[in-house]
Design a protein around this ligand. Structure first.
Ligand code: HMG
Ligand code: MG
Length: 307
């Protein structure tokens, strides 16, 4: 077994993956405060929004305004999701310095999500990645449905490897492997990583677990045992995907910060301030967010205030 890493990067997707899938469209001002609070908590990469069709995902419609108003912290990365050249143009106009393109390991999901076959989406990304890299931007690639598809069921890990290969061949810096519908279990994590790690560097692979069935923290721990050290998570456990029926939030950032810190692994994130960031969204939505550590932390605060 590989030694556990001593430090992990948590790539925060709450403002994008989290807020894209709720019934309410959260105001620009609240989104800006949320992102700023996450940066103040020590989060070093925050996916702020998406430059996608407002008809497809209305919650992301004002992403440009969020970027324009945001006060950026030095040393923090603020990537945005971009599906095509039009999205790249909008991202550049809003001052975005890092982007992420997104495709999948299963055809039906990709068609529903971005109205393209996997091969078509790779071709669509070619000029996007080329232009972004020429402009000095960092580019991430997502592969959705790596552990199962809501329409096709089981997904062959070899397909995950092929799509990952195609994205790296385009010139992306990092590929994030998505468990879009939260079906993965630790043995499956081993299976996918066994196939990918002989070919791709751990420094260039991230894991993106949704916690639909409560297996996400176990999957992260299993990935740590394989030496992986970049994980996507969302504050409060907000999240989902509009094209993945039944999928719930990403693994909660609080749940990972608690588990990792307790295991002696650094994240650079202050849990107390992270809870403040999530509380801000919770107050706006008017209902409890799913993170268990967030709930426990808030209960402890109440006990401390009223012993
Ligand atoms: P399309 O219909 O094939 O494209 O959609 P189109 O070029 O025919 O355009 C359709 C309409 O969208 C047109 O508007 C375009 O102008 C507009 P209309 O004429 O109908 O008024 N449009 C745009 N508007 C704003 N920004 C753009 C843009 N491009 C076209 N960049 C398209 C293709 C990709 C645009 C569409 O399907 C789309 O926007 N999909 C969004 C999908 C999405 O955001 N999904 C959620 C994020 S992915 C995810 O959550 C998974 C992830 O978390 C990992 C995991 O969990 O697995 C990353
Ligand atoms: Mg996701």
């Amino acid at each position: 077994m590989t030694r556990l890493p001593s430090r992990v990067t948590l790539y925060e997707v709450g403002p994008r993956d989290g807020l894209q899938n709720i019934d309410t469209s959260v105001e620009v001002e609240v989104k800006v405060r949320f992102v700023e609070a996450l940066a103040a908590a020590g989060v070093s990469a925050i996916e702020v929004g998406a430059f996608v069709s407002a008809k497809a995902v209305p919650q992301m419609a004002e992403t440009d305004a969020v970027y324009t108003r945001l006060r950026r912290h030095a040393g923090v990365r603020y990537p945005a999701l971009v599906p095509n050249e039009r999205g790249l143009d909008a991202a550049l106009a809003a001052g975005v310095q890092e982007i992420a393109v997104f495709t999948a390991a299963s055809e039906t999901f990709n068609r529903r999500n971005i109205n393209a076959s996997i091969a078509e989406s790779i071709e669509r990304f070619r000029p996007v990645v080329h232009r972004a890299r020429e402009g000095g931007m960092r580019v991430r690639g997502y592969v959705s449905t790596c552990f199962g598809c809501p329409y096709e069921g089981a997904v062959d890990p070899k397909r995950v490897r092929e799509v990952t290969r195609d994205l790296f061949a385009l010139g992306v810096h990092e590929v994030s492997l998505g468990d879009t519908i939260g079906v993965a279990v630790p043995t499956q994590v081993d299976g996918v990583l066994e196939l990918l790690l002989p070919e791709f560097d751990r420094d260039m692979l991230a894991l993106h677990f949704h916690d639909t069935r409560g297996t996400a923290v176990a999957n992260v721990v299993q990935a740590l045992r394989n030496g992986m050290h970049i994980f996507d998570s969302s504050a409060g456990g907000l999240g989902g995907c509009p094209y993945a029926p039944g999928a719930t939030g990403n693994v909660a950032t609080e749940d990972l910060v608690y588990a990792l810190h307790s295991m002696g692994i650094e994240t650079g994130i202050d849990l107390d301030r992270l809870v403040d960031a999530s509380s801000l969204v919770e107050a706006r939505l008017g209902e409890p967010l799913p993170s268990r550590v967030l709930r426990a932390h808030l209960a402890e605060r109440r006990r401390a205030a009223d012993p």
